[in-house]
Design a protein around this ligand. Structure first.
Ligand SMILES: CCCCC/C=C/CC(=O)SCCNC(=O)CCNC(=O)[C@H](O)C(C)(C)COP(=O)(O)OP(=O)(O)OC[C@H]1O[C@@H](n2cnc3c(N)ncnc32)[C@H](O)[C@@H]1OP(=O)(O)O
Length: 378
């Protein structure tokens, strides 16, 4: 059986290293900043200040300046808004932001704040655009029902990091085509040499943990615009979103037991909190597929719209929300979420460890074989 399932050879360690800015990258970014020809404007300068302080000193720890001390108050607010963002993440965000200001930047997942509806170079499966105060991250693999490949996980991590410091007020995930997303691309796990299976499962677990961490730490309002059916990880992640709008043709399915797997995306913690343990078990253990209306009644979805008016109504509303004061949006989100962060990181770590074991189980391998041989469709 192990020889039939050949897992893909992926270089997750490499990418992980690449995502973490070193002290040297940080120092280079500081020098690069001094060479900037154009003033990036006050908003960006405040972000740079806040990220620098967070990266070097950690969370804001100085007394709040008086209301009349406008400049120091603005700086303090910007730093304080970063809450408990880890030093490492702040350092990476600082490097990303400086890199996005440099005209010579060639970063493939850089979000260009002013560029409306522009595709990221070299990244067709995930399209990131920024317009009207909204950064939109779109799954764009409609022929495969927007299934998420290994490289798409990495691109999303990068896009979230860039979006956390760009000029947008809110960040929105949606799907292109008839599906929101069919979840993990099952072929991620079907083309690996037998002697690399354990290492690949370990690397996948590391990548998954980093991917979910990026959602837990995301500082701005995160909105899901669920245009169609959603399966697996894109459903579990919804517990980490702030608002979920769904078309009435959307469905929500977490068939983990059928796949020999177990919940991820912190759903083992967020779903029982959102809908109560009995309803959560029905989804996460028994794999019950919900309609959009049912998901809304359980509190997983904020509001359901008729498919005929879904896009128009939702985007009109989001554009209006994106005009709200950005610091206030962040601070309110921080208040709602910060108490949970430590717990969520611990849950994420535990879920990834359990899944790593599941991916090596015979139950999981049989399910993947069934998918590949087209014997099973959910
Ligand atoms: C770093 C690793 C992290 C891992 C994190 C773990 C996450 C757990 C999960 O996300 S579990 C959920 C996994 N997803 C599924 O189990 C869905 C599998 N797909 C299906 O059941 C069906 O395809 C469907 C119900 C989504 C749609 O069925 P339909 O009959 O309408 O369409 P097709 O089956 O013909 O699909 C069209 C083509 O798309 C390919 N495809 C769809 N989903 C996936 C997928 N998840 N992985 C890989 N490929 C997928 C499908 O194979 C068809 O391709 P083809 O045209 O080349 O045959």
């Amino acid at each position: 059986l192990l020889q039939v399932l050949r897992f893909p050879v992926v270089q997750l360690h490499m990418s992980r290293t690449a995502m973490r800015a070193s002290e040297k990258d940080f120092e280079n970014a500081r020098n690069q900043l001094k060479l900037l020809m154009k003033d990036p404007g006050n908003e960006v300068k405040l972000k740079l200040y806040a990220l620098y302080k967070q990266a070097t000193e950690g969370p804001c720890n100085t007394p709040k300046p008086s209301m009349l001390d406008f400049i120091n108050k603005a700086k303090w607010d910007a730093w304080n808004a970063l809450g408990s963002l880890p030093k490492e993440t702040a350092r990476q965000n600082y490097v990303d932001l400086v890199s996005s200001l440099s005209p010579s930047s060639e970063s493939s997942s850089q979000v260009k704040p002013a560029a409306a509806n522009e595709k990221q170079p070299g990244s067709e499966n995930i399209i990131v655009t920024s317009q009207d105060g909204i950064t939109k991250i779109m799954f764009n693999r409609p022929t495969k029902k927007n299934a998420i490949t290994t490289s798409m996980y990495k691109e999303i991590i990068h896009a979230l990091k860039a979006a956390s410091t760009d000029n947008s007020a809110i960040t929105v995930f949606t799907g292109n085509g008839d599906y929101y997303s069919s979840g993990n691309d099952l072929t991620n796990f079907t083309d690996v040499p037998p002697n690399s299976i354990e290492e690949t499962a370990k690397n996948a677990s590391i990548l998954l943990r980093e991917f979910v961490d990026a959602f837990i730490d995301f500082p701005k309002p995160l909105v899901a615009v669920i245009n169609g059916p959603a399966v697996g990880i894109v459903v579990t992640l919804l517990g980490l979103f702030d608002v979920v709008y769904a078309s009435d043709k959307a469905t929500f399915h977490t068939p983990f037991s059928e796949l020999g797997q177990s919940p991820e995306g912190c759903a083992s913690y967020t779903f029982p909190k959102i809908m109560g343990p009995a309803k959560a078990a029905e989804m996460l253990i028994l794999g019950k597929k919900l309609t959009a209306g049912e998901a809304c009644a359980r509190g997983l979805v904020t509001e359901v719209f008729p498919e005929s008016t879904f896009q128009k109504e939702v985007w009109t509303r989001l554009k209006a929300y994106a005009k709200l004061p950005t610091n206030s949006l962040r601070i309110s989100k921080e208040l709602i979420r910060s108490n949970e962060k430590e717990k969520l990181h611990a849950v994420n770590a535990e879920e990834c460890t359990v899944l790593q074991g599941r991916w090596l189980s015979e139950e999981c391998m049989n399910a993947l074989m069934n998918f590949v041989s087209r014997k099973s469709k959910l």
